[in-house]
Design a protein around this ligand. Structure first.
Ligand code: ATP
Ligand code: MG
Length: 394
């Protein structure tokens, strides 16, 4: 017998009072959407739980992988089921379950029972106790520990009988989309994909903007960003990626303004452009991968100057993280290997030898007045002529 379904557990979204069913529906939709890439699964909500019924011949590992990337799920367990509540059949189900689920049959366990059918001739404690006895008899390596068991095994007797154990840990968070949408400034580096992942984990859908600088950056740099977007879309769902040709603006700043202010000025135009696109696509915030003190453009003074152009909130989930902590997350979510590929980023090409580390806002604003003649047209053109791609997980 194989597992025909999974039981999905969620914690945090269950706590939201009146909004509970809204969050549950978001999670059900998210599970449906992500699993639809693998086949025709049936996802249903019932009495504070979510059930996933798997199609004939489904791939178990792919299904586990998919469920383990859905925000809002704290755990999920493969379930064995029989279409009867006949006692002998339930005993056989429990034996089959242990046989198939655990390679080593030498652990301690505690048996739980939930009884939906109150007319069943045995109480829940009786069922748990009797079934525990059946397992002990059948598997001599097993023993009961009611205080600190290695495994919990739960049998449910409703119109059918079900059995499951602890199963897999989910990634937690909240279902994507239940908290609106934000615009991620996505570069080819390590930090920004992690930043997008972290905000999406709190239920936020993601659009992205990448600033490209052809011919100074090449096709491979752009492909790297597309690949990173694909990788995070495994968690956050489809991403609308805006690719901005930033070359003209960068060159103009380079030719017109003091070189040590270049990075800050570029960052301010990036934020302005990202915010404009964010407004047009109903995003409520910007997201960046900035971390305090990591580089010259991320000192408190630099961040103040960058932030000053934004009316929207800017989420910087990595602000207090060390690089090693960011690397750890990027390895865990699978973006690290792509992020470290050595292609030029638009920012690395124009970096000044001695960038300002403590820029003063009114001086930066003064430098920007030197750009007055052409910059508004350039920004408008960069936005109008942007490339839009719809990125989906593969
Ligand atoms: P990352 O590793 O994400 O590239 P970084 O350490 O290289 O970050 P910066 O280059 O200073 O840092 O960029 C800070 C943030 O600005 C990035 O995390 C990203 O959100 C945004 N950003 C930088 N360059 C680009 C770009 N070319 N396109 C889109 N966003 C960018
Ligand atoms: Mg970067």
């Amino acid at each position: 017998m194989e597992y025909k379904s999974f039981l999905v557990k969620y914690a945090e979204i269950g706590l939201k009072g009146k909004n509970r069913s809204y969050f549950e529906d978001c999670l059900v939709n998210q599970i449906r959407q992500n699993l639809s890439m693998l086949g025709e699964y049936k996802v249903t909500k019932e009495q504070g739980r979510i059930y996933v019924d798997c199609p004939e011949g489904y791939d178990y590992d792919d299904t586990v992988d998919c469920l383990s990337k859905i925000f809002g799920i704290v755990g999920f367990m493969p379930v064995m089921e029989i279409p009867t509540t006949d006692w002998d059949a339930i005993c056989k189900l429990a034996v089959d379950f242990v046989e198939q689920s655990f390679a080593e049959k030498n652990f301690t366990f505690k048996m739980f029972c939930k009884r939906g059918d109150k007319n069943y001739p045995m109480t829940s404690p009786e069922i748990a106790c009797e079934l525990g006895g059946v397992l002990l008899e059948h598997f001599p390596g097993l023993s009961v520990d009611v205080h600190n068991p290695d495994k919990s095994i739960t049998v449910e007797v409703r119109s059918h009988a079900y059995i499951y154990s602890d199963g897999y840990k989910g990634i937690g968070g909240m279902p994507v989309g239940c908290n609106g949408k934000a615009m991620l400034l996505l570069s080819g580096g390590i930090d920004s994909p992690v930043a997008g992942y972290m905000i999406a984990k709190r239920g936020v859908a993601i659009d992205a903007t990448y600033f490209d600088a052809p011919p100074y950056t090449n096709e491979r740099a752009r492909q790297k960003v597309i690949d990173l977007a694909k990788q995070i879309s495994k968690y956050v769902g489809p991403i609308k990626l805006n690719i901005i040709n930033f070359t003209e603006i960068q060159m103009y700043i380079y030719e017109t303004c003091p070189h040590e202010e270049l990075t800050i000025l570029m960052r301010r135009y990036m934020m302005r452009i990202a915010e404009e696109i964010a407004n047009r696509s109903n995003c409520l915030a910007l997201i960046t991968g900035e971390s305090l003190g990591q580089v010259a453009s991320q000192t408190m003074q630099s961040l103040n100057c960058t932030n000053a152009v934004c009316k929207m909130p800017v989420y910087r989930p990595l602000i207090g993280f060390d690089k090693s902590e960011i690397v750890e997350i990027s390895q865990r979510i699978g973006t690290f290997e792509t992020s470290i590929l050595p292609y030029e980023d638009c920012c690395t090409i124009y970096v000044a030898k001695h960038p300002v580390t403590k820029p003063i806002l009114h001086i930066i604003e003064h430098s920007e007045t030197l750009l007055a003649e052409k910059i508004d047209d350039m920004v408008a053109r960069a936005i109008d002529e942007r490339t839009i791609m719809r990125i989906k997980p593969e």
